[in-house]
Design a protein around this ligand. Structure first.
Ligand code: PLP
Length: 404
């Protein structure tokens, strides 16, 4: 029994009204809401032990350092990384991807290739395009099909020793497709290529196991996992992290500095220049504690039911088309009402207290594939209910009456 009413009590924001109506928050793929337990961890940090970490002998600094490093271990355990220093604390997925893309600049050569999937968020396209410009490498694209799934055939055939890197999201933010990353990772490894998986959209729904996946890099953002904004993690295999140069120079990331030569700190500090988001890292750990206390398997099963229910109800609305009908999906529904602009539908829904996302979802190539400017995206979390789905369906029906 998944006691959603009990779980909702943990989220103060779910009690608020928007435009005079109870909030129905269905923009979880953009950012998730924060339970009281995580808010308490943030308040506790600033109320009791706010101090800079790693370099203080005083008690507050030691307490903050211990809590920050304990959060790293929580992240390590959650994602089953072999070592805590394989977890680099970042400001989020975008930061993690840029760190890796920058680090590969001098490891690549003109004529080599990197592959990216057609389903990517701009965060997992633009840094690689910039890397290609710097290194003279060629960017190739794994295509998608009408149902929103990747077509791997051509990619698998054309992988070669020229292939150095492959990038793919675990779950598409625009469509909710769960991508066959196990297949992609093992095929890329057969030709010696490294793989970065963008786990931003998967992590809220799927507990990815770094060792079982044998992935080289995996990135997540805390704010999509009931944690704070401005915090996240990059998992990297130790051997790769040792090979990559530091991303930024500054305090914390050095072993010794003279004007003649600087030597760098070991992992993970080599990649953590400057004062980090200490409270954010600690609160990220608290968010994982919260999710694990409920159980990621239970969360996934409940969300799956909600997705099936919402899909069926929405499809019953005349003229509504869902984009992304992959066999494996997380709880994201991208749709349009024939003849209505997604922005207008989203604006009417907001007037009814329903928060959805409209637009291209930072995935313009996906929208170009379907030849549409954007979609309305409803994305569900484990604290959403069937009644909220009903409210959404009624709201879309109302928008249809008003716009068509
Ligand atoms: N990748 C995917 C698939 C996403 O959905 C997002 C955010 O929506 C990002 C990357 C970027 O994450 P952040 O803005 O937290 O760095």
């Amino acid at each position: 029994m998944f006691d959603v009413a009990r779980i909702r009590e943990d989220f103060p924001i779910l009690k608020r009204q928007v435009n005079g109506k109870p909030l129905v928050y269905l923009d979880n793929a953009a950012t998730s809401q924060t339970p009281q337990q995580v808010i308490d961890a943030i308040v506790d940090y600033y109320s009791r032990y706010n101090a800079n970490i790693h370099r203080g002998v005083h008690t507050l600094s030691q307490e903050a350092t211990e809590a920050y490093e304990a959060a790293r271990v929580k992240i390590q355990k959650h994602f089953n990384a072999a070592k805590a220093h394989e977890i680099i604390l970042t400001s989020g997925t975008t930061h993690g991807i840029n760190l890796v893309a920058q680090g590969f600049t001098d490891l690549l050569h003109p004529g080599e290739e990197i592959w990216v999937s057609a389903l990517e968020h701009h965060s997992n396209i633009v840094p690689w395009q910039m890397l290609c410009e710097r290194s003279g490498t060629r960017l190739r694209v794994i295509p998608m099909n009408e149902t929103g799934e990747l077509e791997l055939e051509g990619f698998l055939k054309e992988l070669s020793p020229k292939t150095r890197l492959v990038f793919c999201n675990h779950v598409s933010n625009a469509l909710g497709t769960v991508n066959p990353i196990e297949k992609i990772i093992s095929a890329a490894h057969q030709v010696g290529a490294a793989v970065l998986i963008d786990g931003a959209q998967a992590a809220p729904h799927i507990k990815a196991d770094m060792q079982a996946l044998d992935v080289d890099f995996y990135t997540v953002s805390a704010h999509k996992l009931c944690g704070p904004t401005g915090a996240g993690a990059l998992y990297g295999k130790e051997a790769w992290l040792e090979k990559l140069p530091p991303y930024q120079g500054g305090g914390e990331m050095i072993a010794e500095v003279t004007f003649e030569k600087t030597t760098y700190a070991g992992l993970p500090h080599k990649f953590e220049a400057g004062t980090p988001n200490i409270c954010g890292g600690i609160a990220f750990g608290a968010a994982l504690d919260y999710l694990n206390a409920i159980g990621m398997d239970r969360i996934a099963a409940y969300e799956h039911e909600l997705l099936a229910y919402a899909t069926e109800k929405l499809l019953a609305i005349p003229g509504l088309r869902i984009y992304g009908e992959a066999a494996q999906k997380t709880s994201v529904i991208s749709f349009n009402l024939e003849g209505a602009h997604p922005y207008d539908v989203g604006t009417i829904l907001d007037k009814l207290g329903i928060a959805v996302r409209t637009g291209h979802h930072c995935a313009q190539p996906v929208m170009d594939f379907y030849r549409i400017p954007g979609t309305v995206r409803a994305s569900f979390s484990f604290y959403n209910t069937r009644q909220e789905v009903d409210t959404l369906v009624a709201g879309v029906g109302r928008a249809r009456q008003m716009l068509l």
